[in-house]
Design a protein around this ligand. Structure first.
Ligand code: AMP
Length: 224
């Protein structure tokens, strides 16, 4: 049974966009006391702050395409050298291509580390479209809602801070369809990549968020 501080856990959460990786990674991060590293969040922060990296990333993100590997790999390589990563981390949305996975393996080997487990959250394409196009995010506090599955008390208004809810550019239908296509072409091959390395564990992503969390903790042999 894993206990906090017992040598750490280095995890990857894989799955099609909209499978619930972000929500589950947050819960794992809190339970295990390890940082949640989302490359999508890093890019969005940079876009909000108007940095050079943000300008590069926005072009790709708004079109549902992947940010180039060299840019993404550089950011992650720096991030995992930070102090808070010394007892582990969970990657969400990284790696997304075979070259990213290879670069990560090399970087970790150089640091004398390795990935412990790769969780693959499975979800059918039809579910993804409904989940993502219905998603709304608070402009201010970034709380997320879903117009059907997790609606705010008042339409278009955040329950927590009363700011307005918006749809992320990359959650618009046309972009989501492109993201699904990009996932199958570029990211799905990672399932075999990690299966061959005996690191892959599959988790069914449909159903209640809590029941998916329970299944994940079972796989990780962590008590809730
Ligand atoms: P996410 O929030 O993980 O769904 O990511 C949103 C968008 O950020 C993706 O559609 C990509 O454009 C970009 N992105 C996030 N992570 C990566 C990555 N590992 N490699 C390339 N692009 C990424």
């Amino acid at each position: 049974m894993f206990e906090k501080g017992a040598g750490g856990m280095r995890l990857i959460i894989l799955g099609i966009p909209g499978a619930g990786k972000g929500t589950q990674a947050d819960r794992i991060s809190q339970r295990l006391g390890i940082p949640h590293i989302s490359t999508g969040d890093i890019f969005r922060q940079n876009i909000n702050q108007g940095t050079e990296l943000g300008k590069i990333a926005k072009e790709y993100m708004d079109n549902g395409k992947l940010v180039p590997d060299d840019v993404t790999i550089g950011i992650v390589a720096n991030r995992i050298e930070e102090k808070d990563c010394k007892d582990g981390f969970i990657f969400d949305g990284f790696p997304r291509t075979i070259p990213q996975a290879e670069a990560l393996a090399k970087k970790l080997t150089d640091m004398g580390l390795n990935i412990d487990t790769v969780l693959n959250i499975e979800l059918a394409d039809e579910k993804v479209l409904e989940r993502m196009t219905g998603r709304r995010v608070c402009n201010k506090c970034k709380a997320t809602y879903h117009i059907k599955y997790n609606p705010p008390k008042m339409e278009g208004v955040c329950d927590l801070c009363r700011d307005s809810l918006v749809q992320r550019n990359d959650d618009k239908e046309e972009t989501v369809l492109k993201r699904i296509e990009v996932y199958h072409m570029q990211t799905e091959p990672l399932i075999s990549f990690y299966k061959e390395r005996n690191l892959l564990r599959e988790v069914e992503g449909k159903g209640e968020v809590d029941s998916v969390t329970r299944k994940i903790f079972e796989v990780l042999e962590v008590e809730i």
